[in-house]
Design a protein around this ligand. Structure first.
Ligand SMILES: Nc1nc2c(c(=O)[nH]1)N[C@H]1C(S)=C(S)[C@@H](COP(=O)(O)OP(=O)(O)OC[C@H]3O[C@@H](n4cnc5c(N)ncnc54)[C@H](O)[C@@H]3O)O[C@H]1N2
Ligand code: MOO
Ligand SMILES: [Mg+2]
Length: 418
């Protein structure tokens, strides 16, 4: 048993975990299934957008030169020669003071160079008049004004958002190269753990970390692979982890990483020949988080205590897995906020406090989400962010400036502070 673990600073631990993993290979997926994946190729424009000059308004396409000199007192009249609805074209060549009746999105025929909105025209019978001169290009979306062929629209490593999917459709990418999703195995260890449908008895508790990690992965668009609960028995645990290694790209275990008689995970990783990146971090909760590498497979040994487990995942597993997914923005945003409640307990280590974030017009307010010890589970449920309190000899009080880690961008604000 190693009772002399040396804590390393949080940032150093994060760096070590991230440095060791590499992006997985890429694969092609149909564009409609690409949302949430990471681009493994630069997304380039295959054509100009728009790819023809198109009317930006419903109205009349004219030759701008025919409108020169128009005014309120001296209106100029046009005769409608043809109609061009969206989806159609016209080869007709306008003669002097002739116009097309044209709709938004329709190609502006070559002989016209400006569009008069219906609201700018006074209608006659097959005719209309205007009271101002129109500039060439007025109310027209010019070919290539948005982008040119070959332009990189979204670089490799970017999260595919709904706009990226729209862009894939625009350019005709039926399939797109994305990074393969890691297969992440989850193993909850502990002889005290029971499944949700088993009866509680003294000493036994329901496994909450396993399903929590599954959900943390889901939040990252990863489908986790949940393995059956394992008791604290070295040999069966070793066998189980060896089996998992044949099936997964990363392993997340919970429990058994501290110094107890039945905390076997660090020893187990050692027996597998894994390289230990760290086994103690200067943080609370989660100080005993242990991360090792076995070849290309990271082994995240998260603490059994729920708040420590949750925090260890967000700090170490999440950025490392995002890197494996090819993501170029792997860290949770950390923003300046205001502490919206006291946190009096001083600690020499950096403390991560699960918090309720309130986005107010004046800024971001972060309130500790209730009972916040390492073994707490309910505060995680009330939290949508984590307050970061640097270690030191004093506590913190309401109103103090603090850093806030945005772990849950899916939870919005109560008010729409436009
Ligand atoms: N002598 C020392 N004891 C402990 C130290 C230490 O430095 N010296 N560190 C403490 C800290 S801090 C933590 S955190 C825990 C970490 O414990 P382990 O990672 O070894 O986890 P376990 O011992 O297996 O369990 C701890 C706790 O969590 C509960 N648990 C475990 N798995 C689950 C699960 N899947 N769902 C819900 N709850 C779970 C378990 O029943 C225990 O209560 O060690 C301290 N001890
Ligand atoms: O590692 Mo423990 O979670 O610090 O409390
Ligand atoms: Mg333990």
């Amino acid at each position: 048993m190693n009772l002399n673990r040396k804590p390393i600073p949080v940032l150093e631990a994060v760096d070590r975990a991230v440095a060791e993993v590499t992006p997985l290979k890429s694969e092609a997926v149909p564009y409609r299934e690409a949302y949430g994946r990471i681009l493994a190729e630069d997304l380039k424009a295959t054509m100009a957008v728009p790819h023809f000059d198109k009317s930006a308004m419903d109205g009349f396409a004219i030759r701008s030169k025919d409108s020169i000199g128009a005014s309120g007192d001296d209106r100029i009249e046009f005769t409608v020669a043809e109609e061009v609805p969206a989806g159609s074209t016209s080869d007709y060549i306008l003669k002097e003071n002739e116009a097309f009746r044209i709709m938004t999105g329709a190609p502006v025929p070559a002989s016209a160079d400006a569009v008069v909105m219906f609201e700018q025209a006074k209608m006659g019978d097959g005719t209309f008049t205007v009271r101002k001169a129109f500039n060439p290009g007025e109310n027209i979306a010019i070919k290539g004004e948005e982008c040119q062929p070959g332009e990189v629209i979204v670089p490799r490593g970017t999260f595919i958002n709904p706009g990226t999917v729209a862009t894939l459709a625009t350019f005709g990418y039926e399939n797109v190269e994305v990074y393969r999703q890691p297969v992440v195995g989850i193993l909850a260890t502990g002889s005290e753990l029971i499944e949700i449908d088993q009866p509680l008895s003294p000493g036994k508790i329901r496994n909450s970390n396993g399903p929590m990690i599954l959900s943390q992965l889901k939040r990252m668009n990863i489908t986790g692979k949940m393995y059956a609960l394992e008791a604290d028995d070295f040999d069966t645990l070793l066998e189980r982890v060896e089996d998992m290694l044949d099936e997964v790209d990363a392993i997340i275990t919970t429990g058994g990483v501290s110094v107890g008689d039945y905390d076997f995970l660090p020893k187990l990783y050692e027996a597998l020949g894994a390289e230990e990146l760290f086994n103690k971090v200067g943080m609370r909760p989660g100080s005993v988080t242990t991360v090792s590498m076995l070849g290309t497979v990271p082994l995240f040994g998260l603490s059994g205590n729920p708040s420590a487990c949750y925090t260890g995942f967000e700090l170490f597993a999440r950025p490392a897995l995002l890197k494996m997914m090819g993501h170029d923005k792997i860290y949770a945003p950390v923003v300046d906020g205001v502490l919206d409640g006291d946190f009096r307990k001083a600690n020499p280590f950096t403390r991560f406090v699960r918090a309720e974030i309130d986005y107010r017009a004046g800024g971001i307010y972060a309130r500790p989400a209730g009972f916040n010890k390492s073994n707490a589970v309910t505060s995680i449920a009330r939290s949508n962010g984590i307050i970061v309190l640097p270690g030191g000899s004093r506590g913190y009080q309401k109103g103090d400036p603090v850093k806030v880690m945005m772990t849950d961008m899916t939870t919005g604000a109560r008010q729409f502070n436009l």
